[in-house]
Design a protein around this ligand. Structure first.
Ligand SMILES: NC(=O)c1ccc[n+]([C@@H]2O[C@H](COP(=O)([O-])OP(=O)(O)OC[C@H]3O[C@@H](n4cnc5c(N)ncnc54)[C@H](O)[C@@H]3O)[C@@H](O)[C@H]2O)c1
Length: 260
């Protein structure tokens, strides 16, 4: 009884989900989680080996998916990803925009090319994904897009100026696109993780920095990527998430709730 109810609420069975940046630590966990919830998952990214390994893990766990190479900041590449998804599955129901990059350079030394790289990877890729897949989902009359923000969207983080600005922009952008696509049946939300050790933040997490983060994290630990899955599945699920759009959901061990 309870299982049948949960299945109705949260199942992604029959859905096709595309995870851009599914080659990364958080994107990979999200890809596996959506597959466990029943979706066929297109793992999309730049590293074919890592992407294929994630597809293999999905299949080993009883799910299904495929890898498609994409450069998330190139519109033609994202269009080709949509075409490949339609070719394989006929449609795309869910998009997760999880490509991202970080950079930590002293404020007066931030080079312009660093600015462009962080803004392009975090914001422009989100914009292109929302436009290309949003138009497709609108033509189907429904779908769900999940963008990835950060706690730095709410409170700017020292040392990562452009990264914080890009994530604040992703949250703002998500709400605007949610308004635009709501009449077409497409929901758009943003998941904001706290601190999860990954490739893009490895160099930034020095012992001093970790101590500062823990002092401001009531749960006093890093997140585990699997701990993003409950919120992600809720936001993507057509039944449980049916009235949720434009939402900014923090999964951060209490970090954004702290003021001192
Ligand atoms: N790890 C954290 O603590 C944390 C916290 C908040 C937000 N985030 C966000 O989560 C997302 C995933 O980051 P992660 O921590 O898993 O890092 P990660 O470095 O493990 O993953 C990022 C992935 O994005 C891919 N990518 C970068 N540029 C790309 C492009 N142009 N085209 C295609 N793929 C591209 C990389 O190849 C990599 O696989 C990012 O948006 C990041 O900002 C992470």
């Amino acid at each position: 009884m309870a299982n049948a109810y949960l299945e109705t609420m949260f199942s992604l069975s029959g859905k096709t989900a595309v995870v851009v940046g599914g080659t990364g630590v958080l994107g990979g966990a999200l890809a596996e989680g959506l597959a466990r919830a029943g979706a066929f998952v297109v793992v999309a990214g730049r590293g074919a080996d890592r992407g294929q390994a994630r597809v293999d893990a999905i299949r080993a766990a009883g799910g299904d998916g495929t890898f498609v190479s994409v450069d998330a900041i190139e519109r033609e590449s994202v269009k080709a990803l949509l075409e490949a998804t339609i070719h394989a599955r006929g449609r795309a129901d869910i998009l997760v925009n999880c490509a991202g990059v970080n950079s930590s350079v002293p404020y007066f030394e931030i080079p312009d090319d660093d600015f462009a790289k962080v803004l392009d990877t975090n914001l422009k890729s989100t914009h292109i994904g929302c436009q290309v897949f949003g138009a497709h989902m609108a033509s189907l009359g429904g779908g769900s897009i999940l963008n990835i923000g950060s706690v730095s969207a709410d409170k700017p983080l020292s040392k990562v100026f452009i990264y914080s600005a890009s994530k604040a922009a992703v949250v703002n952008y998500t709400k605007n696109v949610a308004r635009e696509l709501a009449p077409k049946g497409v929901r758009v939300n943003v998941l904001c993780p706290g601190f999860f050790p990954a490739e893009q933040n490895r160099k930034i997490l020095s012992p001093d920095r970790v101590a500062t983060i823990m002092a401001k994290t009531p749960m006093n630990r890093f997140g585990n990527p699997e701990e993003l899955l409950g919120a992600a599945i809720l936001l993507c699920a057509p039944v449980a998430g049916s009235f949720i759009t434009g939402a900014e959901v923090y999964v951060d061990g209490g970090f954004t709730g702290m003021s001192l």
